[in-house]
Design a protein around this ligand. Structure first.
Ligand SMILES: [Zn+2]
Length: 459
């Protein structure tokens, strides 16, 4: 089976100094247009409010400046000669990026206020400061392509830019005709430029090799993850997935440089203290290591989730441990906690592509405190206790492995292993992108009685 999916391909760039300046200028133009459009919208609102307070009737007020992209673009085109006489130096796509940003931000704000938007409340957009905003610009039209030599990309106005790594993965698909580039976004992160191509890709669905197997996954502290049963090629023979190489070293470096940063004179909002040059230098070093740690971890997670999706029919993960995240300040734990959301996000789409299922266990299911042999629940288990010891049956087992087995049990007990493939027989809301995820009911497994059936939902 083959479906059209959106997929991003991201490559690090190695621009020449001139190209880097051009990239910087385009990103600056995008930010300029963003701030201009936001200022225009605010001025328009203020003008109309003032006129109304003088008692002007509605038809005599200054006309509304629309909050959509076409209206903002019309307004920009009539004033750009005055506010930005240099506009011809940059691609029009740069200004479009900024205007589109404002239009989206305003839409998110009004949708949020009208209750039409899930998630946290979105406030009115704010101006972008040069020092704080991530420089970024998006191209949707013009010459956007990956070159046949697989070491260059071409963007409108910027021309051929060398990539740091081979563009083989995308280039091959484009040559075969199974991918089409929709847009390209260039952004600078940690002092390096990246180009991300949003593509429409012909995706061929493969079935997992063991479609009926249920595996629980617990993200560990000393290990990247612990699986309830070993998966060859993903974990070792005990179910432990080791951390990526060099991660420990990078984390130690990070702690060391963080100490250095805190010893130097940093910025202080209250006193208006500007950071010292030495602080800025140390802070740059810290950001670089931060990115390296995040990259290593993300790479490890990608390998883990790809391996799981290719083999396993049903994967069970824990829900986000928000309370635990707030309580604990340890670096390693925070990183592991931050990965809960990421592993879930990756599994959600990869399992969907492979035809498997992702199940998110109930947030209050005590996966760590329950004994995986006899089912006894401990009243308390501190995070520092790495080995689970059961007082009832005497089981001694690694804490994370115990949790992973409990996650697996929770689903296996509710008869999930009999559901095949995508589980289309369950009530799955159609039409929502991002696919097949299920959650267990807000009821603890192991408690018998009239347990309601597990419901499937799409987020
Ligand atoms: Zn026990």
């Amino acid at each position: 089976m083959s479906t059209l999916v959106r997929r991003a391909y991201r490559f690090a760039l190695d621009p020449t100094p001139t190209q880097a300046r051009d990239l910087e200028r385009h990103a600056g133009a995008a930010r300029f247009a963003y701030n201009w459009a936001l200022g225009a919208v605010k001025a328009n609102l203020g003008q109309r409010a003032a006129e109304r307070s003088y008692g002007l009737s509605d038809e005599n007020l200054t006309p509304v400046l629309g909050w959509n992209l076409p209206a903002l673009r019309r307004a920009w085109n009539t004033t750009k000669g005055e506010v930005a006489p240099w506009w011809g130096e940059c691609s029009k796509e740069a200004f479009n990026t900024g205007l589109d940003g404002v239009a989206r931000a305003l839409r998110n704000f009004s949708d949020s206020r009208a209750g039409k938007r899930a998630g946290r409340t979105v406030g009115f957009p704010k101006f972008k400061a040069r020092r704080r905003a991530t420089p970024s610009v998006r191209f949707t039209t013009g010459v956007i392509r990956v070159e046949g030599d697989r070491t260059h990309v071409t963007l409108p106005r910027l021309g051929r830019i060398k990539t740091h790594e081979s563009t083989r993965k995308l280039a091959r698909r484009i040559e075969q005709g199974s991918a089409r580039i929709l847009s390209a976004t260039v952004r600078r992160e940690a002092g390096r430029w990246f180009c991300s191509f949003t593509c429409e890709v012909q995706h061929t669905q493969r079935a997992p090799t063991r479609p009926n197997l249920v595996v629980g996954v617990d993200l560990g502290v000393t290990h990247l993850a612990v699986l309830s049963s070993p998966v060859p090629g993903v974990s070792d023979e005990n179910g432990f997935v080791p951390n990526p190489r060099h991660l420990g070293r990078a984390q130690r470096d990070l702690a060391r440089v963080s100490r250095r940063v805190s010893r130097r004179v940093g910025p202080d909002r209250r006193t208006g203290q500007r950071p010292s040059k030495r602080w800025e230098k140390a802070n740059r070093q810290r950001n670089t290591i931060h990115h390296r740690v995040a990259d290593l971890r993300r790479d490890g997670l990608h390998k883990l989730t790809t391996g799981l999706a290719a083999m396993i029919g049903i994967v069970v993960v824990e829900d986000l441990n928000v309370a635990g995240m707030l309580r604990n300040r340890k670096l390693a734990r925070q990183l592991a906690d931050a990965s809960f959301g990421e592993i879930r996000r990756q599994l959600r789409y990869k399992m969907c592509w492979s035809g498997g299922r992702l199940v998110v266990a109930d947030r209050w299911f005590p996966s760590s405190k329950t004994c995986s042999a006899c089912g006894a629940v401990k009243p308390k288990l501190s995070l520092s206790t790495r080995v689970f010891r059961c007082e009832h049956c005497g089981l001694v087992i690694d804490r994370d492995l115990n949790a992973a087995i409990n996650l697996q049990r929770q689903v296996a007990q509710s008869g999930w292993e009999t559901i095949n493939g995508r589980g289309a027989d369950r009530k799955t809301k159609p039409g929502l992108a991002g696919g097949c995820e299920a959650s267990t009911p807000h009821r603890l497994a192991g408690q018998d009685g009239d347990r309601s059936p597990v419901t499937a939902s799409c987020e």
